[in-house]
Design a binder for this molecule. Structure first.
Ligand SMILES: [Fe+2]
Ligand SMILES: [Fe+2]
Length: 198
């Protein structure tokens, strides 16, 4: 994996619009910084960050075709909203096309949009970096940026909650992985300030 993240940087710059490239570069840089801060592998974090939206600009048709090519299981909701596949399909592409075997990196990419139950710290970092990279602007983002460095669990909880409420505000459906991610917080208790099962 040593320099793959940096090699992919150039590839993303050529492939994506400048707006999207600026976003993925920001996510890679912040993921790397957060990994250093929280004792994780910075190169793995950078790699996941730079590739997480590699397929974000693909058409619905293309995402479904790639999912079929990789023989992936596609949920009804993903057929309805194929954009939800851009993470899972990118994870498979990174494995198939670039030989990346690091499950943690692949999982971080796969679940960066919906979250899921039992995410590891690298996945939490990439999920968070996606929300706090420098071009992101929304009420509370500065607070979340500070929290991400000081308390990963709490910051992850705040970001998942923010995203769930945003989905609800727009009267959209919640993906089952997002619901499972929320239920994890309830079981764990700590981050949301209740007594959990864990
Ligand atoms: Fe994304
Ligand atoms: Fe993103």
């Amino acid at each position: 994996m040593s320099n793959l993240g940096r090699d992919l940087d150039k590839l993303m710059q050529d492939k994506l619009t400048s707006f999207r490239y600026e976003h993925v570069k920001g996510v890679a840089d912040i993921s790397e910084e957060l990994a250093k801060r929280h004792g994780l592998n910075p190169k793995a974090a950078y790699l996941a960050g730079i590739y997480h939206d590699a397929l974000r600009e693909e058409s619905k048709k293309s995402l479904l075709a790639l999912a079929a090519r990789y023989q992936m299981n596609v949920e009804d909701m993903e057929r309805e909203y194929p954009v939800l596949l851009h993470g899972p399909v990118a994870a498979r592409a990174l494995e198939e096309e670039f030989g990346v075997k690091d499950e943690s990196v692949l999982e971080a990419i796969a679940c960066h949009t919906t979250g899921k139950a039992g995410m590891d710290d690298l996945a939490k970092i990439v999920y968070l970096a996606d929300m706090i990279e420098p071009t992101r602007e929304y009420p509370g983002v500065e607070r979340l940026r500070k929290l991400a460095y000081n308390d990963l669990e709490q910051a992850f909880y705040v970001s998942v909650k923010h995203n769930i409420l945003h989905v609800i505000d727009r009267k959209k459906k919640l993906h089952k992985h997002t619901v499972a991610c929320w239920n994890d917080f309830v079981d764990l208790g700590g981050p949301i300030g209740i007594k959990g099962k864990g």
